[in-house]
Design a protein around this ligand. Structure first.
Ligand code: ATP
Ligand code: MG
Length: 388
């Protein structure tokens, strides 16, 4: 370390071995760092490509000690890493983001309180931790979505409810864990903004990206975001920057927003790490969200990312590895897709394809968004993905 900068050659640690960790490892290695991954799974996507792979749980004292010994700094790729693991490591080495910031993002109730505290509106909601709070929740929140306060992802841990009877049944089904009841809002579309914030307080951001979800899972990200006015872009970017600054955040942070049919915007949730809606930054920007994660944790300079190619990012879910409506396995037509110009294939090295499991993504870049869209539709057709 010199001037607080951790230079290439050092080892960077990451908690979690999923695809986000894998792309972090690949970015760090491209810049000349060695890497260490903490994940109990011996075949985790990041562990498979890392110099070191510590195979223990997140709170295992020996595993954490080994990570501290190997690493010059540590980050996370998974928001549900216990904040305590980050705090333990922070006693001996730089950790970004900090456990306290991750803890806010782990809990929908705290997350929404943070948005509101920053003056950023979110969906009308009620925190439901007791039967009394369930009874007191206003009828104006119905129809709504009951979401577990913790551990939800890809639409899991969420139940849509129209009546009080359905609300009660949903809470029973979720086994009375702390929840947030959110009013169902009339969405026009969804966007997200990714920022990176340095220890010095410097913040840079990627432009707004437009996200299409199918069955609660991100299906498509488009940049530049169609239908987003300059005002809407400025507003969401300012909100994301404010949210990061007021957490005193260090690292990469993604804020998801709903754009409502009346044109107003509410924050949905945030992730204290690179995000699926930022995977296109690897192929379409001069600096990716993963490289910015490396730069924030090593105290290297941040630069405003510049888009060099309009693009679409298509998520490749495990469904594509099955014949439609059957359990018969198949290999998607990668050769057909790669014959199209502007396609960038990323597969995460997961051995078992399952319905809804994120297996990889395909970014399509083009000279114009129209050209990229045309190729993306051709690729989708070859892979058996519904047209966008
Ligand atoms: P992620 O994989 O992004 O972490 P998640 O499981 O945490 O997802 P949310 O982002 O809360 O879930 O919701 C998933 C999707 O469900 C949203 O992107 C949106 O399409 C829809 N949705 C969630 N909340 C609402 C709402 N209040 N009104 C309308 N649609 C909603
Ligand atoms: Mg979400």
């Amino acid at each position: 370390m010199s001037n607080g900068v951790i230079l290439p050659g050092a080892t960077l640690g990451v908690l979690g071995g999923g695809q986000l960790g894998r792309m972090f490892v690949q970015a760090a290695q491209a810049m000349g760092y060695a890497t260490a991954v903490l994940d109990a799974d011996p075949t985790s996507p990041a562990g498979l490509v890392s110099h070191h792979h510590v195979q223990t749980g997140y709170l295992d004292a020996e595993g954490l000690a080994r990570m501290a010994q190997l690493s010059a700094a540590v980050t996370t790729e998974f928001e549900n890493v216990p904040a305590q693991a980050l705090d333990t490591l922070a006693a001996t080495l730089p950790v970004a983001p900090a456990g306290a910031a991750v803890a806010v993002c782990q809990d929908r109730a705290r997350e929404k309180a943070h948005f509101t505290g920053c003056g950023v509106p979110c969906a009308p909601h009620a925190v439901i931790e007791t039967a009394a709070q369930l009874a007191a929740a206003g009828d104006d929140l119905l129809p709504g979505i009951l979401k577990t306060a913790r551990m939800g992802y890809d639409g899991k841990g969420q139940i849509r409810v129209k009546t009080r009877a359905e609300l009660q049944a949903a809470w029973d089904e979720l086994q009375h864990v702390p929840c947030v009841l959110e009013k169902m809002l009339p969405l026009a579309f969804e966007v997200s903004v990714i920022v990176a914030r340095a220890r010095s307080g410097q913040v840079v951001n990627f432009p707004v990206q437009r996200n299409l979800h199918r069955d609660g899972i991100l299906a498509l990200t488009t940049v530049p975001a169609p239908g987003v006015s300059a005002e809407l872009a400025a507003q969401t970017i300012a909100s994301a920057r404010k949210i990061a600054a007021s957490l005193n955040y260090v690292g990469v942070l993604c804020v998801e927003f709903f754009v409502l049919q009346d044109g107003s915007v509410v924050a949905n949730e945030m992730a204290p790490r690179p995000h699926n809606s930022g995977h296109h930054t690897i192929d379409a920007f001069d600096v990716s969200q993963f490289e910015l994660q490396v730069r924030t944790m090593t105290n290297l300079p941040l630069v405003e990312p510049v888009l060099h190619s309009p693009c679409l990012m298509i998520n490749l879910l495990g469904d594509l590895w099955f014949e439609p409506g059957s359990s018969q396995q198949r290999e998607p037509d990668w050769a057909g897709v790669l014959a199209l110009s502007g396609t960038h294939l990323h597969l995460y090295g997961k051995h078992e394809a399952r319905q809804g499991r994120k297996m990889g993504h395909l970014t399509v870049t083009g000279a114009t968004l129209a050209a990229a869209t045309e190729v993306a539709q051709q690729a989708a057709a070859l892979l058996g993905i519904e047209p966008f």
